[in-house]
Design a protein around this ligand. Structure first.
Ligand code: FAQ
Length: 319
């Protein structure tokens, strides 16, 4: 427990020592304001990604090709809503309200993962999202189970278990297409062609260009760098594509014996920045839809508040 007579520099030293010692930081512990702000930024954007991420797959719930696929997809999309809620709740322990976070999303001040600004055009895209997007999310989130902020780390444990199911269901769905008719195989290949590069963009800019990485690594908010995670994702995904009999759309992709990793081509960074700055194919549509759903749910929030007030008044009367 930090001593209240310590000055700011001493408090920071105790804080950093605790991080270096792999202790978790908990909501009531002293923390530098910049640590709090950086976590709120990352966690709120993470939560927004989970929630906005429901839209591309949600687009296919009514058109899933069988009842079984529809049930799986419904459960998967609901899980993503749950992930958003765990992470919003964990972020609220840092002293920001859900309303403030949602407002920042609506005002374009808070980002969400670039990948969800791409359209889901065919049923194969649902498989590709599970396989590649959830696959990329897990590679990142496994490391976040060891992030320094306790509530975030604990939320990640359950999220990772569920994402793992998501990834497998996506892969299994593509496996069916990839071993189906010529048209189905083409659908699977087309989905991989469109989702591959946006999946690699999920890990963010190169380490050298990453504004927050150095500080976030020092505070152990991030445990692995953007480039390390991207490489791990490529290495694990290439054999999976080979098993499906699909071709990754990158002529530069090649196993490098010396490095013990796959080499791969350069991301189109102009496209990445265009998308994260609000000008991707679906950015506007995603936010319009979120606002509409949020406005439609206002009566539920009001009802919860009214019920809460009523309960409080009853308790006061009884006391
Ligand atoms: N998209 O300095 P860095 C999921 C922004 S969950 C948009 O490297 P940082 C589950 C970044 O925010 C997917 N923006 O930033 C699912 C910053 O902007 P700011 C989400 C991006 O934070 C599956 C600026 O660029 N996962 O998919 C992106 O150190 C299927 C500079 O970048 C998480 O959020 C991007 N791809 O590293 C749901 C995991 N990359 O804030 C439904 C937690 C960077 O200054 C269906 N987050 N930016 O305005 C993280 O690990 C990190 O925040 C990174 C970025 C790695 C995403």
């Amino acid at each position: 427990m930090a001593d209240y007579r310590m000055n700011e520099a001493e408090l920071e030293k105790v804080f950093q020592d605790r991080i270096d010692d792999e202790q978790k930081i908990e909501p009531k512990d002293w923390m530098p304001d910049t640590y709090r702000k950086n976590l709120i930024r990352q966690m709120s954007q993470h939560a927004h990604s989970e929630v906005i991420g429901m839209q591309p797959e949600g687009n296919w719930i009514t058109r899933a090709p069988s009842l079984r696929r529809k049930m799986i997809l419904l459960a998967k999309v609901q899980d993503e809503a749950g992930h958003g809620l765990y992470i919003y709740s964990a972020a609220e322990t840092l002293g920001i309200s859900r309303e403030e976070m949602v407002q920042a999303l609506h005002d374009g001040k808070a980002k969400y993962a670039s990948i969800f600004n791409y359209p889901s055009l065919t049923w194969a895209d649902v498989g590709a999202i599970g396989w590649l997007v959830d696959g990329a999310a897990i590679v990142n989130q496994i490391t976040l189970q060891r992030t320094s902020y306790g509530p975030y780390a604990r939320a990640m444990v359950r999220v990772c278990k569920e994402e793992s199911f998501h990834q497998r269901q996506g892969y299994e769905s593509l496996l069916v297409l990839a071993s189906g008719s010529k048209e189905q195989q083409q659908m699977a290949q087309d989905a991989l062609n469109r989702w591959w590069w946006p999946s690699l963009m999920m890990f963010g800019p190169h380490d050298a260009e990453s504004a927050h990485s150095a500080q976030s690594m020092k505070w152990k908010i991030k445990r692995k760098s953007n480039d390390e995670l991207r490489q791990a994702f490529v290495d694990q995904t290439v054999p999976q594509a080979q098993y499906l009999g699909l071709t990754i759309p990158d002529p530069k992709l090649k196993w490098n014996e010396e490095r013990g990793h796959y080499d791969f081509g350069e991301i189109d960074w102009d496209e990445f920045y265009r998308v994260i700055n609000g000008n991707g194919l679906c950015n506007r549509q995603r936010i319009v839809h979120h606002r509409r759903a949020h406005d439609n749910g206002a009566w539920v929030r009001e009802a919860v508040e009214a019920y809460d007030e009523k309960q409080k008044a009853r308790k006061q009367q009884a006391a």
